[in-house]
Design a protein around this ligand. Structure first.
Ligand code: IPE
Ligand code: IPE
Ligand code: MG
Length: 234
């Protein structure tokens, strides 16, 4: 198999525990997490990985204290403002997975702006899973098909995939989760059917280029069979 994934999806977990470990408020963990995200985008661009998805905020994350939620949205807003030119310079397209409607107006505005400004960029797609729930994404896709009056017999796996927020992008070959938790937490449930999963105990703010390389090395050692038999070595 090709040793480099075409699509890496990352569950960036452990910001709070990292902060606690350093005697800092959780918000500092989130700030430090942003720096990791910047590093990983840069490294993936360098390596030529064309699709990278970051699990940024789940639907379930609304159950956190209101101050933490507001902090996360405000931080993302200023991150997008400061990153936009650099994304465009590097020919990186920004795309959002999830339900925009419940996001604060100012965040939606900047997201819309960066997504439209970068819509022509071809070298890499960065997806932000934001107010995202894998189950809800599938329900939204079903609703779309029903509202278009598509007859039941025309509904196929491909048609459903074409109506998900990741339409037109390959399924993630590799899903990485930091912080030692070993679950998907409602992330890319449809698209993860044959993803390779790599779990690392490293907290997201400590995840760097070397950690990414370790995950890529692990991925390259995996034998992906997709239900078939192992391919003999070339
Ligand atoms: C991930 O870190 C960031 C988000 C979910 C927004 P956490 O905030 O979940 O950190 P822990 O899991 O509490 O350490
Ligand atoms: C998953 O992390 C969501 C994001 C990374 C945005 P959580 O910290 O919310 O997941 P659980 O609650 O531990 O499953
Ligand atoms: Mg967490």
């Amino acid at each position: 198999m090709s040793s480099l994934p075409r699509h890496i999806a990352i569950i960036m977990d452990g910001n709070g525990r990292w902060a606690e470990h350093h005697g800092l408020p959780r918000t500092e963990g989130h700030k430090a997490g942003t720096r990791s995200a910047r590093k990983i985008v840069t490294q993936c661009r360098k390596l030529g990985i064309p699709h990278v998805t970051f699990y940024t905020f789940s639907k379930e994350n609304w159950s956190r204290p209101r101050e933490e939620v507001s902090f996360l949205f405000e931080m993302l807003q200023s991150y997008l403002k400061s990153e936009m030119d650099s994304l465009l310079e590097r020919d990186i397209r920004l795309h959002v997975l999830g339900d925009w409607d419940e996001l604060p107006f100012a965040l939606r505005q900047i997201l819309r702006h960066v997504c439209s400004k970068s819509s022509h960029c071809k070298s890499m797609v960065v997806n932000l899973a934001l107010n995202y729930s894998g189950r809800e994404e599938i329900v939204r896709a079903c609703r779309k098909l029903v509202s278009q009056g598509i007859p039941a017999e025309r509904i196929t796996e491909q048609l459903l995939a074409d109506n998900l927020d990741t339409a037109g992008q390959p399924d993630p070959d590799l899903i990485i989760r930091t912080s030692g938790e070993q679950r998907l937490s409602n992330f890319l449930l449809y698209q993860a059917a044959y993803s390779e999963l790599v779990f690392t105990p490293v907290m997201w703010p400590d995840f760097d280029e070397d950690c990414l390389q370790a995950a890529l090395d692990e991925y390259s050692r995996r034998s992906r069979r997709f239900g078939g038999l192992e391919q003999p070595a070339a």
